[in-house]
Design a protein around this ligand. Structure first.
Ligand code: SAH
Ligand code: SF4
Ligand code: F3S
Length: 430
């Protein structure tokens, strides 16, 4: 089908963004070209997220608006991928009969077949063999690449849909991962971020620390990152590996969710606040200066003011470099959706504001400590707001903006930090 064009809209996490790169790869192999906008395309793929109600709502309202395009161009095909597709399958077609086909993240390998069919189809089955199937990915060119190392999650945190949408944990064979990363290095990528819903429980013929060791010796790769880790699986071995392997960056994202052990239990997180805190101490003692980020949920069912205050104290106690905070969103099919009592939305809103206020001050304070220091910045591109300003990241994953020459893009340059802001640092190249 020469000349057909596709357009992908992606919602949700990095895993989804990377899945969209694979969807692009499969479609290109099928002869499709990328279109610049939805209006110019023959196939629109929505790669959806169902982590919170808002994400789901955003997609369905967007889908409703796209319907008009189909009236103008009857040959336009609409596909729904991602976590909503995997979880709701047939229901997506019932709700939006103008959708042509639906395929979940476990079924991207079927896409080549799906685009050839004319009747509406749903591919939402579990795919235990997913980890063995390598699909071509088309990455936005640049210096940083995502590499999936494991899929799925076995944790069943009581609030979370991911185990229902991404299925059980399965790890890719390490040889496939290494081959992919060697190819990326040859093509000029300098940084890889290893992806998994529960990345530190990676286990093939080797475990996660050994995988990091092998990637550490791939020539051309300068930086290794990974998300997301679960505190329960944070082993002493992994902590040592982060400290010892020079390419593994000094940044760790370790979702805490709540500072109240009672709430953590009800979330089925498998650790108490004290256990979490001890792991942070271990990380800091083995990797001095490591930057730490986390996720927090406010207004989990049964969360009292006292629980909320414990979360606030935890933020002051740990001093994270940054956090992502979310209001609890009840998801159908999860245990927490039917727990009592649910917390009123006004209370969730008030609590999240308090949390963000406390954290903003901590983030700024920690960023200010970097003023005057020299950081190695991997330059990613031009800043979004000013095309004379370059933007990149420190090893600790902080964004640095500085005036510089565009030929630096893709290389690592020393930059002196001159001013700290809440979400970025201003620098001067040396
Ligand atoms: N596997 C990762 C990513 C999960 S989703 C992990 O375990 O961290 C990213 C974040 O979304 C979670 O850490 C949690 O803070 C938040 N989240 C998940 N489900 C949620 C829900 N139902 N309501 C609000 N936030 C939620
Ligand atoms: Fe969801 Fe918990 Fe698994 Fe993370 S670890 S994906 S929060 S079930
Ligand atoms: Fe969303 Fe699925 Fe990722 S629910 S956060 S796209 S794993």
């Amino acid at each position: 089908m020469p000349g057909k064009r596709f357009y992908i809209e992606t919602f949700g996490c990095q895993m989804n963004v990377h899945d969209s790169e694979k969807i692009s790869g499969v479609l290109s192999r099928e002869g499709y070209r990328a279109a610049d906008s939805a209006g110019e395309s023959d196939l629109i793929v929505f790669n959806t997220c169902s982590i919170r109600h808002k994400a789901e709502q955003k997609f369905f309202s967007r889908l409703g608006r796209i319907r008009k395009l189909k009236k103008k161009n009857p040959n336009l095909r609409i596909a729904v991928a991602g976590c909503i597709a995997q979880q709701q399958g047939e229901k997506v077609l019932k709700r939006a009969p103008y959708v042509d086909f639906v395929f979940g993240p476990q079924n991207i390998h079927l896409l080549a077949d799906l685009v050839r069919r004319s009747a509406p189809t749903v591919a939402d089955g579990d795919n235990p063999g997913l980890a063995e199937k390598d699909l071509p990915a088309i990455r936005a060119s640049g210096s940083r690449a995502w590499v999936a190392v494991m899929y799925g999650c076995n944790n069943f945190c009581s609030y979370c849909v991911v185990p229902y949408t991404r299925g059980r944990e399965r790890s890719r064979p390490s040889a496939n991962i290494l081959r992919e990363i060697e190819e990326l290095a040859e093509r000029g990528f300098r940084e890889v971020t290893l992806l998994g819903q529960n990345v530190n429980s990676y286990r093939s013929e080797i475990g996660f620390p050994e995988l990091l060791e092998k990637i550490n010796s791939v020539a051309g790769i300068e930086r290794i990152r990974f998300v997301t880790s679960h505190p329960r699986d944070l082993s002493e071995r992994l902590i040592s590996a982060i400290g010892e392997l020079e390419k593994v960056c000094e940044h760790f994202h370790l979702p805490l969710q709540s500072g109240s052990t009672r709430i953590l239990e009800s979330m089925n997180r498998g650790y108490s606040y004290d256990e979490y805190r001890r792991r942070i101490d271990r990380l800091r003692s083995k990797v001095p200066g490591i930057s730490l980020t986390t996720d927090i949920i406010t207004g989990f069912p049964g969360e009292t003011d006292a629980d909320h205050q414990q979360t606030i104290s935890a933020l002051a106690d740990v001093e994270f470099d940054g956090i992502f905070a979310f209001k609890f969103s009840p998801r159908t099919g999860t245990a927490a959706a039917v727990m009592n009592p649910q917390v009123m939305d006004e209370i969730k809103s008030r609590r999240i504001l308090e949390i963000l206020e406390v954290q903003d001050e901590i983030t700024l304070k920690l960023n200010k400590k970097l003023e005057g220091s020299v950081q190695k910045v991997l330059v990613e591109g031009l800043s979004e707001t000013d095309n004379k300003v370059l933007s990149g990241r420190t090893r600790s994953n902080k964004i640095v903006n500085f005036v510089g020459n565009a030929f630096c893009i893709g290389s690592t340059v020393p930059v002196r930090i001159v001013r700290a802001r809440k979400h970025s640092l201003d620098g001067e190249p040396l």
